[in-house]
Design a protein around this ligand. Structure first.
Ligand code: SF4
Length: 319
């Protein structure tokens, strides 16, 4: 049996998974929507990954999880390693681009920047509040223009004179966009202006005060948009690299960390048939009324968190 490592990156929008061999080669990968149900999404993901490998020859010996639901999914999968997105993305990216100095990431609802020196994270910033520098901004504006967000990038490249869009916030951007369309700006110029606005917002928000050094690697859903890539290159004056597996970097990173941890676990692909439940209970032992999240595997409580002090700790038995 060959040893393999599973990495799962579970966010509020999408769930990504990879299986790596000992040399970081991707044996299987999948990207699916989380649809508000992280446990259901992971069950589907595992089923999809299983179909891509020969389980009589390959054995998952270690698992890592990252993303906003990493803790929950780490418990469900009995993960050896649970790491935040910054670490996971940095490890995944440096495994492919060892010299990378700056990682730009723009997802559907958030964005981040990671600065790296000699393969080590030296600074980072995240934005989860302002939509104006994210993919959801681009998709909502695309809809207004009657376009698919996939058509956006190519159209933007046709522009010779991007329209200036007042895009510091989505509300202003929407009314400005309607105004610019009414006074006769071409669609390709408006679209190029929106790509530029996303880049400007990103650089003024998470990129504020950060020294951006090449090589730059761009990832997250928006990295598939050639219009945004071009705007980044125009504004930074640097080449911006986009890996074909850029959407998998977090999962790759955490699978590598699982391998490096040396902690081997038992894993069964058949988790689809196991019932996992989460239940919130309030601790009333003081005025904080902490909500404690309990995770059950069948009838057994397998983990619980959310208590701000030990008085509210719920004992877990190992079954
Ligand atoms: S967990 Fe601790 S802080 Fe929270 S309500 Fe219970 S006693 Fe209070």
């Amino acid at each position: 049996m060959k040893k393999a490592y599973l990495g799962v990156d579970i966010g509020s929008i999408s769930t990504k998974g990879v299986i790596l061999d000992e040399d970081n080669n991707i044996l299987a990968s999948k990207y699916i929507w989380t649809e508000g149900n992280p446990i259901g999404a992971v069950k589907n993901l595992i089923g999809e990954l299983e179909q891509q490998i020969d389980t009589s020859k390959i054995k998952i010996v270690s698992i890592g999880t990252t993303g906003s639901a990493r803790k929950l999914i780490g418990v469900v999968l009995n993960a050896s390693v649970v790491k935040n997105e910054i670490t996971a993305h940095a490890i995944g990216t440096t495994s492919i681009y060892p010299d990378v100095r700056t990682i730009f990431e723009i997802g559907g609802q958030d964005s981040k920047i990671i600065l790296i020196e000699d393969g080590i994270v030296v600074d980072y910033a995240m934005n989860t509040l302002c939509a104006a520098g994210t993919g959801s901004f681009l998709s909502s504006q695309a809809k207004r223009l009657g376009l698919e967000v996939e058509e956006f990038g190519e159209l933007a490249l046709k522009s010779k004179k991007p329209t200036n869009i007042a895009a510091r916030c989505t509300v202003f951007a929407e009314s400005d966009l309607v105004h610019k369309a009414q006074i006769g700006h071409k669609k390709e110029d408006i679209v190029a202006g929106l790509c530029k606005a996303v880049v400007t917002n990103y650089l003024n928000n998470v990129g504020k005060g950060k020294k951006i050094m090449a090589p730059i690697v761009f990832q997250g859903g928006v990295s598939k948009n050639v219009g945004v890539i071009k705007s980044f290159e125009d504004i930074t004056g640097q080449k911006v690299l986009v890996d074909p597996n850029s959407h998998l970097m977090g999962a790759i990173g955490v699978a590598i960390l699982a391998r490096k941890s040396g902690q081997e676990i038992e894993f069964d692909f058949n988790i689809a048939n196991i019932e996992f439940k989460t239940k919130g209970v309030e601790c009333h032992k003081c005025a904080n009324n902490c909500e404690i999240i309990c995770i059950y595997r069948g009838k057994y409580l397998i983990d619980a968190w959310g208590n701000k002090c030990d008085n509210g700790a719920i004992p877990i038995k190992n079954h």
